[in-house]
Design a protein around this ligand. Structure first.
Ligand code: PLP
Length: 367
């Protein structure tokens, strides 16, 4: 049975009519940059995240970068984050001239190991970026406690966690600010690139509105050395249409995960993803572990089943960071995970037959 890793077509079809209607309006208005659809989506997304502000930007990377800039974090500063994230998390820090300081992941849940946080903090540390990896919130209470004790900002990387909860509270509302990505494959994805910052800090929000638009709160009056990083009007309209479906889509992912868990527990040497707070997990990815990962991946692909490794190389071993004095062995949990992890297909409209087909193919490999 052919099962794609990700099938966006069904979700796109669900909003196609609504998007066609707004498209008509957008063409008639021809107000293509920061049209009122952007402001509408910002209001809706802020409300969804239980935040006072959402600021639309061009991508998730820009969201992280602009938050750092708005917090005046740059050359000479250090920002602590985790070794096993997508490279954007560290790149944002590097791009503002600051230094990413990595800590290892917790071997049980792929999230930043809070026990290691304290040791990574120096007098130059300005912020911590916990990543809600694979759709699960990092341990925000202990992270906030450490941050407050050292006077640090906390920036959530929520690019994989639209709708995720931590002790019943929405990811995106837990730190000083949060970065979301609307890359098409994310739980809430546009028809192109997009991103947003959420925050309850009024002054920070105002600064971000200016920074994303040439540092210009008023046309041709430039107070800051800003950038061009606006959420596109068309993408905002798509996101408004899709936001209405997000909770149902996340529930669809949960259904897939339950079927995987039932079908795969006790199979071979598999370690299935575990969560202390299953109701808060939005399962952007379903990541299993096996010492026989490479063989399993080849087997699944030969059966027409899409699977991907998120991520095959931890940040500290990426070629782009060869100039840092990071080396193999620095973050053993992340390195070991990179050798064993495999992301199985997961998307909200995945059918019971499709999940069953993946389960059968995995079991066949270990039999
Ligand atoms: C996708 C992603 C980003 C970057 O988002 P873009 O919109 O692709 O720039 C940042 N962090 C994490 C954890 C991501 O998964």
């Amino acid at each position: 049975m052919n099962v794609p890793f990700l099938d966006l077509k069904a979700a796109s079809a669900e909003v196609a009519d609504e998007v066609a209607d707004v498209w008509q309006t957008i063409v008639e208005d021809s107000n293509f940059i920061l049209g009122h659809q952007v402001e509408m989506f910002e209001k809706e997304f802020a409300a969804y995240c239980d935040c006072r502000h959402a600021i639309g930007v061009a991508s998730g990377l820009d969201a992280l970068k602009l938050i750092l800039r708005a917090m005046d974090i740059g050359a000479g500063d250090e920002v602590v984050t985790v070794a096993n994230s997508f490279i954007a998390t560290a790149l944002a820090v590097s791009s503002v001239g600051a230094q990413p300081v990595l800590v290892d992941m917790d071997d049980t849940d792929f999230l930043i190991d809070v026990q290691l946080l304290e040791a990574a903090i120096t007098p130059r540390t300005k912020a911590i970026i916990p990543v809600h990896l694979y759709g699960q919130s990092a341990a925000m209470d202990p992270i906030m406690a450490v941050a407050r004790q050292h006077g640090l900002k906390v920036i959530e990387d929520a690019a994989q966690a639209h709708g995720a909860l931590y002790n019943g509270r929405k990811c995106g509302s837990l730190g000083d600010a949060a970065a979301f990505s609307f890359y098409p494959g994310k739980n809430l994805g546009a028809f192109g690139d997009g991103g947003a910052v959420t925050t309850n800090d009024d002054a920070l929000a105002e600064k971000l509105l200016s920074l994303r638009n040439y540092g210009s709160p008023r046309r041709y009056h430039h107070e800051l050395l800003g950038e061009n990083s606006r959420l596109d009007t068309v993408q905002a309209a798509v996101l408004s249409a899709k936001l209405k479906h997000l909770d149902r889509w996340n529930a669809g992912r949960r259904r897939v995960v339950e079927q995987y868990a039932a079908g795969l527990s006790g199979v071979g040497d598999l370690r299935l993803p575990r969560s202390d707070d299953p109701a808060g997990h939005v399962h952007h990815l379903y990541v299993i572990r096996s010492a026989r990962r490479d063989g399993l991946k080849a087997h699944l692909e030969s059966q027409g089943i899409g699977c991907i490794i998120h991520y095959p190389i931890p940040i500290h071993l990426q070629e782009a960071y060869a100039f840092m004095d990071w080396k193999e062995g620095d973050f053993p949990a992340a390195e070991q995970a990179a050798k064993e992890i495999l992301s199985l297909p997961i998307f909200p409209t995945m059918t019971e037959e499709q999940v069953g087909g993946v389960v059968d193919a995995v079991r066949a490999f270990f039999d």
